[in-house]
Ligand binder design. Structure first.
Ligand SMILES: Nc1ncnc2c1ncn2[C@@H]1O[C@H](COP(=O)(O)OP(=O)(O)O)[C@@H](O)[C@H]1O
Ligand SMILES: [Mg+2]
Length: 283
């Protein structure tokens, strides 16, 4: 795949929050049409990276190209679903109005012309249908279950003709059945629309069946590759800068420090920044 065909290309990318570098230097080529699972401990920079890809956070250094150009805040071809649920006025909207609020016409007139209104209604219906949320269109956002709300939020991200879909912790607070349903839906979107999807998750195991690449963040750096390439003792040790080990059991993956795991947990309760990354990937 050429660089022009990459959905995301980063070279020496540096991202900072509050004056502190969260990502020091990241090199990436995400091929179009792939589903990438984004992992790392709390605070590793998953949200920070997704916001940069969505054009919401500028790069501090290095180069970032999304769909062949600079990431743009209003890019109609990038759909982004934030980690936090919609609140305030959004929470009181009906699902279809919530989805419609993100629709962008080619040109806004003083009033939305009738043909544009029809196009918007069609786009909203199509997006709700694509995420299996058509029957929710009249429901208030604040009346939806976690799984239903997540589908409507993804529909909102798809109401424009997007080619890259960014989902921040879409499985959080969903029960296992809702998680599976959502991942099936994501798989379908990729198959039908050729979307590139980057989705973050706390637990690697939840995405094992859906992702074809892993992007693992630790210590301000990241590594992208197949599950076997990245979820590997040597690769993770290099990333964390400390010996790490991968255990596989019953189809599940557990990542932990290579030595003294139990002792570290007991003495530091996982709060020591030196060991804060050292959590197992619970199923
Ligand atoms: N608005 C902010 N201002 C200052 N620091 C922030 C802000 N948002 C996030 N951070 C910090 O940036 C780091 C990365 O956060 P984040 O990208 O949210 O991590 P993740 O999503 O992997 O848990 C954390 O140390 C976090 O405390
Ligand atoms: Mg986050």
């Amino acid at each position: 795949m050429t660089d022009a065909g990459a959905a995301v290309r980063a070279r020496g990318l540096r991202l900072a929050r509050g004056g502190r570098a969260v990502i020091e230097s990241l090199d990436l080529d995400i091929p179009q049409g792939s589903i990438v699972g984004l992992f790392g401990s709390n605070g590793a920079g998953k949200t920070t990276l997704l916001q940069a890809l969505a054009g919401l956070l500028p790069a501090r250094a290095g180069e970032l190209q999304v769909l062949g150009g600079a990431p743009r805040r209003s890019g109609r071809d990038i759909g982004y679903v934030a980690q936090v649920a919609p609140d305030g006025a959004f929470a009181r909207l009906r699902a279809r109005d919530f989805v419609a609020s993100a629709w962008r016409a080619e040109r806004w007139g003083a009033a939305l012309a009738r043909s544009a209104r029809r196009a918007r209604e069609a786009a909203v219906r199509q997006a709700l249908h694509a995420t299996g949320a058509a029957q929710l269109e009249q429901r208030g956002m604040d009346t939806l279950s976690g799984g239903e709300r997540q589908r409507v939020c993804i529909a909102q991200a798809l109401v424009n003709p997007v080619r890259l879909l960014l989902l921040d912790e879409p499985l959080a607070n969903l029960d296992p059945r809702a998680q599976l349903g959502l991942l099936d839906m994501v798989r379908g979107l990729r198959a039908r629309h050729g979307l590139t999807v980057v989705l973050s998750a706390h637990d690697l195991n939840a995405l094992l069946t859906v992702m074809d690449r892993v992007l693992y963040l630790a210590g301000g750096r990241g590594r992208l590759g197949s599950v076997d390439d990245v979820v590997d003792d040597a690769a993770l040790s290099a990333l964390y800068g400390t010996p790490m080990a991968v255990a596989r059991h019953d189809g599940y993956v557990f990542i932990h420090p290579a030595r003294g795991f139990m002792a570290e947990q007991a003495t530091h309760c996982g709060h020591d920044p030196q060991h804060a990354h050292a959590h197992p990937e619970h199923p």
